[in-house]
Ligand binder design. Structure first.
Ligand SMILES: [Zn+2]
Length: 514
């Protein structure tokens, strides 16, 4: 019989702790919906006690996303667990994921608790979580640097208290495949109760071994793997879902396990996550990088053309990567647009469709051929839109190597029209200054990036900005065939978010995580 391995996605919790990432509730919901299409078994939606923003995101996802188990993180105390239970109460399949550190260094310096106190807190936490839901996951933070004897005691007792999943995290990315394999084997030998529950691993990538360590654990009996899309996460990130899944699928001959994942949704999911987080995927990234399936060298190309399997161990189609054919243009009507949205797997509401179609027409006026990538970019821009308190009505810039760049902008802020002008170091800088003045918002630009969504001279430029206001980070995106306009839209989007402030943004408490 083939064993089943479950995929636990923590993009919205651990991945959201990637430095510089700040997602609002609409963006988190959009990612969760895509994860459900990918058919992950568990979505860890957030850390409800961390902030009101996090609580709302978990609650919204629990209420709207069906299919996967929805998990919420909680430290091993009643306050955290009660808050997580409240956020999860309307989920179809809720799970509380509670954790406490078990390594000597964490117990002594971070928790300032004795091993006995940690054991008691863990057991009490699991019992409390169990009083709300049947499904309870327990994690021993920093397990790979913990005393094995103590881990055995901790796992045995938390299982007796009701834990249904035992997670063994390599919190600091310190272990190696051989060592981790040995740890999983030893725990299973010494704690017979572990065979009654799911055995989970959670690996970080500090030494670039997160996926290798996770696979070593699967070989030795792990039945759940925690991972993130594009390998996002704290520091060097977590095990990358796409790499892990495609390794298990492509080398099923070795791993001999089954997954529920629909691999054809991998590429789309990676795109949605990189777009909404603003963290681009490096071109040579395994599976989802732009070059992962491009055979640039002449020799390879010849081989691939005559027989695909000469250089291709996976097909692009298996991850849902289709050739980026030209689909629509200026003359395409609403019907053709809606049809293409359906073919691409989008299910939009009437209002979302209208907004996306408006933008499509707008772009088709400036760009001859609209590709699937363009449509995806438009949809992501429109679907996750929060209410527009600031609207960019008009802008004009002038610049040159002998001139001082100037910009005039007109915005509508909550109904009032304001016009302002500014000079700056280049047209983007001038526009940003004019926008800040018009909106009367003081903030700092911390990051600006631009890339093209598709190929060609008239390609759409996508600008992502991160601004800081009152110690919080806000991300804005803008699309246009004109890079100054894309820049202005991105900045307006970010400024709008500072007003709307639906964001829970990085409270100090979330630093503590497993
Ligand atoms: Zn982690």
């Amino acid at each position: 019989m083939v064993r089943k391995v479950e995929i636990f996605d923590t993009t919205l919790r651990d991945g959201e702790q990637t430095p510089g990432v700040a997602l609002n509730v609409y963006e988190k919901l959009e990612i969760a919906r895509q994860l459900a299409k990918l058919k992950v078994d568990v979505i860890e939606a957030g850390f409800p006690i961390a902030s009101n923003g996090d609580f709302n995101a978990v609650k919204t996802i629990a209420e709207n996303v069906k299919g996967p188990v929805i998990a919420g993180l909680a430290r091993a105390n009643f306050k955290d667990i009660d808050r997580a239970a409240e956020a999860l109460k309307n989920a179809e399949s809720p799970r509380i994921h509670t954790f406490i550190a078990s390594s000597p260094i964490h117990m002594q310096y971070k928790l300032k608790m004795s091993p006995e106190q940690v054991l008691e807190a863990a057991v009490e936490a699991v019992k409390r979580a169990k009083s709300y839901f049947e499904d309870v996951e327990f994690s021993a933070e920093d397990a790979t640097r913990s005393d094995v004897e103590f881990l055995c005691k901790l796992f045995s007792q938390t299982i007796k208290a009701g834990a249904t999943v035992i997670n063994i995290p390599d919190t600091v990315g310190y272990t190696t495949p051989e060592e981790f394999a040995n740890l999983i084997r030893t725990l299973r030998e010494r704690v017979p109760e572990m065979d009654r529950v799911k055995i989970s691993v959670h690996c970080h990538n500090d030494l670039g071994m997160a996926v290798a360590n996770s696979l070593a654990a699967v070989v030795n009996g792990a039945t759940q793997v925690e991972c993130t899309i594009n390998g996002l996460g704290e520091r060097a990130g977590n095990a990358a879902l796409e790499e892990l899944v495609m390794a298990l699928v492509t080398r099923k001959d070795i791993y001999k396990v089954d997954l529920n994942i629909d691999t054809r949704q991998i590429y789309r999911t990676s795109k949605v996550v990189s777009t909404l987080t603003g963290i681009h995927v490096q071109p040579n990234k395994a599976i989802v990088g732009a070059n992962a399936f491009a055979h640039a060298s002449g020799i390879h190309q010849h081989g691939v053309l005559s027989e695909k399997s000469t250089y291709e161990i996976m097909t692009p189609e298996s991850i849902g990567l289709t050739s980026n054919r030209i689909v629509l243009g200026k003359l395409s009507g609403r019907h053709a647009f809606v049809q293409r949205l359906k073919e691409l797997g989008y299910e939009l509401s009437e209002e979302e469709t209208n907004r996306a179609f408006e933008r499509f027409k707008d772009l088709a006026d400036k760009k001859k051929e609209i590709t699937d990538s363009d449509i995806e970019a438009i949809v992501e821009e429109q679907v996750t839109k929060i209410p527009q308190l600031i609207e960019l009505e008009y802008f004009q810039t002038s610049s040159g190597n002998q001139a001082i760049a100037t910009s005039t902008v007109r915005v509508k802020i909550q109904g009032n029209t304001v016009e302002e002008a500014a000079t700056g170091n280049g047209p983007v800088d001038a526009t940003y200054k004019a926008l800040e003045r018009a909106c009367n918002i003081n903030c700092k630009l911390v990051d600006y990036s631009i890339k093209s969504v598709s190929a060609g001279k008239d390609a759409i430029g996508e600008v992502v900005v991160r601004i800081e206001k009152d110690g919080k980070i806000f991300t804005g995106r803008g699309l246009s065939t004109d890079i100054i306009e894309a820049s202005a839209r991105a900045y307006t989007d970010a400024l709008n978010k500072t007003l709307y402030n639906s964001n829970g943004n990085k409270p100090a408490e979330t630093n503590e995580e497993e």
